[in-house]
Ligand binder design. Structure first.
Ligand code: MN
Length: 203
């Protein structure tokens, strides 16, 4: 079984003006595709590892033979994270969370604004490339965190609800070095319906 690009749920220009069409196209057809190609290449001679669902491998990297562990961590993480990232955005964002996730965010972080502030801080402080996250942690509590490179919260036993890609490839064409401007635009396209679905599943 080979990994392939999941269908993009909307047109490349659907998130304009927040995320530009050219960035979306390159991010999906080049960056995401490259993670998939490298993951398939790493697994090529390990059919017994390739048969295990990717999320299980990432949750327990010790299961992966050492010779391909770093390749699976980086490229498997890249495939897993980006497959969700396209769904974490939508042209019809409600801008605010709804339902249980909305009330639990307020319960844990004080307010939606304070939650956003924590996630923005996590994204801003991530040196170099990585992600900022809202997760259900291993103790079952909502938490903001960040990871380097393509590491996923699954590896720490957490369940990702929302991830913000802060690699330069996610914003450089439109925002150049202005990561903060990209982050504030990104909140306008968050797919809270999808976050809510994941929350039900994570709990
Ligand atoms: Mn990316």
């Amino acid at each position: 079984m080979k990994y392939t690009l999941p269908p993009m749920p909307y047109a490349f220009d659907a998130l304009e003006p927040y995320i530009d069409a050219r960035t979306m196209e390159l991010h999906y057809t080049k960056h995401h595709q490259t993670y998939i190609d490298n993951l398939n290449a790493a697994l090529q001679d390990y059919p017994e590892v390739a048969a295990i669902p990717l999320s299980e491998l990432l949750a327990d990297l010790q299961m992966v033979p050492e010779a391909i562990r770093t390749a699976v961590q980086n490229n498997g993480g890249g495939h897993e994270n980006h497959s969700q990232f396209w769904q974490w955005m939508t042209p019809t964002s409600s801008a605010m969370p709804k339902d249980q996730i909305a009330s639990d965010i307020i319960k844990v972080f004080g307010s939606f604004e304070q939650f956003k502030q924590q996630m923005n801080d996590a994204a801003k402080k991530r040196f170099g490339s990585g992600w900022a996250w809202l997760v259900v942690n291993a103790q079952g509590t909502l938490e903001v965190s960040s990871t380097a490179n393509q590491d996923t919260p699954l590896t720490a036993g957490a369940c990702p609800l929302l991830g913000l890609d802060v690699w330069e490839h996610a914003y450089y064409l439109k925002y150049q070095n202005r990561r903060v401007d990209y982050m504030s635009a990104w909140w306008s396209v968050v797919n809270w319906d999808y976050v809510h679905q994941l929350y039900k599943h994570c709990k």
